[in-house]
Structures are given as C-alpha cells and as structure tokens.
Write a protein that binds this ligand. Structure first.
Ligand SMILES: [Ca+2]
Length: 89
C-alpha cells in the first residue's frame, strides 16, 4: 500500500466510523459531524453557545442541502482544510 492510498483509506475509514453511529450509515448527521470534528480535528463544539457555529459548518458542508453530509461533501471539507494547512506550512 502506498502512502497516498493509505491516507485515502484512512479518510474512508474515518467517515464510515462516524457515519455509522446513528441513522443512515452512508451520511453524517449533524450530531455525527459534531463528534467527528471534535475527536478528529480537536474542534470544541460541545457548549450550547457553539450551536450556531456548528449549524453554519453543517450548512456550508451540506452543499446539496439534503440535511446530511455525504462522503463527497466530507472530502471536500478535508480538501479545503488540507489546502489551508499546506499554505501555512
Ligand atoms: Ca448533503
């Protein structure tokens, strides 16, 4: 397994782990997204005051506005954040 294929496999594993927690196992609910952002990106979104921020992130990611974040929408977020990390390196 090459490093890049390994990294891609990790992205799929992470998405499936959180998407499978409740409801449709192929998409992230808002609650699943919150847990993923918290555990995998260290984002603190637990407090009630953080709800507007979470709502905005979810709405921005849900580009087809179906109320869930699918894998394509998830990897778009990963690509944007990765690009930001790369330009600050
Ligand atoms: Ca969606």
């Amino acid at each position: 397994m090459t490093r890049l294929l390994n990294a891609m496999g990790t992205l799929i594993d992470i998405f499936q782990e959180y998407a499978g927690q409740e409801g449709d196992a192929k998409t992230l609910s808002k609650g699943e997204l919150k847990t993923l952002l918290s555990k995998e990106l260290g984002m603190k979104l637990e407090a009630a005051k953080d709800k507007p921020a979470l709502d905005k992130i979810f709405k921005d990611l849900d580009s087809n506005a179906d109320g869930t974040v699918d894998f394509t929408e998830f990897i778009t977020m990963v690509a944007v954040i990765t690009s930001m990390l790369q330009s600050s390196k």
